[in-house]
Design a protein around this ligand. Structure first.
Ligand SMILES: Cc1cc2nc3c(=O)[nH]c(=O)nc-3n(C[C@H](O)[C@H](O)[C@H](O)COP(=O)(O)O)c2cc1C
Length: 185
């Protein structure tokens, strides 16, 4: 596959269009590879660097992988993805299954990071994590806290919705669209 490079503003436009439906974030550590759907994210500039900020709840398997290997790729479809990919990557945990195998997603080696891109989700940002920060829910307006973290005051609750998000700031090292080489499918 070849890589057609994207500017930061092209990546930002693709991301803003696709996020309301969800995009994928792929992580990898200790021979495990995992993709999850994200609906929150931001492309911008921090510390004078191009950055993708992703918001991952503490309970996600993805969070464990990101903490072991500080890199991720963002994977955006061209057109409409398979509904099954959304159902699996948006609700099942990579702790219990190999989601890429179940969804028929094919990794393509990363250019700058140890995490691959995905052939079926060709718009790609390769990111190196340079900072992370867990939300302090007490600083959120009550309206947002009770909407997104309804069980946060119940320490006994096992519901995931009590968990805060960790913001991962990934320096964007490369952004591109994967395209087939001539003669390739
Ligand atoms: C449309 C959509 C958007 C989502 N956005 C996020 C998000 O931004 N952050 C997050 O932590 N979970 C988000 N999720 C939930 C995760 O994708 C889901 O819990 C997933 O199964 C986690 O996988 P993992 O445990 O293998 O990391 C979203 C799910 C859907 C369907």
């Amino acid at each position: 596959m070849k890589r057609r490079k994207l500017s930061l503003s092209e990546l930002a436009a693709y991301t803003a269009d696709a996020l309301p439906k969800g995009i994928l974030l792929t992580s990898a550590a200790e021979q495990k590879l995992n993709s999850m759907v994200i609906g929150w994210g931001a492309v911008g500039i921090n510390w004078n660097l191009p950055v993708f900020a992703a918001y991952v709840r503490v309970s996600r398997y993805t969070r464990e992988l990101l903490d072991k290997n500080p890199a991720f790729t963002v994977n955006i479809p061209l057109g409409k993805p398979e509904p099954n990919t959304w159902a699996v990557c948006g609700s099942k945990s990579g702790r219990d299954m190999d989601k890429l195998a179940v969804c028929g997603l094919h990794p393509v080696p990363g250019e700058q990071v140890s995490v691959p891109a995905l052939r079926e989700f060709p718009i790609t940002a390769e990111c190196k994590i340079i900072y992370r920060q867990q939300e302090d829910l007490s600083l959120l307006p009550e309206e947002l806290r009770s909407r997104f973290y309804p069980h946060s005051r119940d320490s006994e609750s096992s519901d995931n919705s009590k968990d805060p998000h960790v913001t991962y700031y990934g320096q964007i090292l490369s952004a591109y669209v994967l395209e087939p080489e001539e003669g390739e499918e």
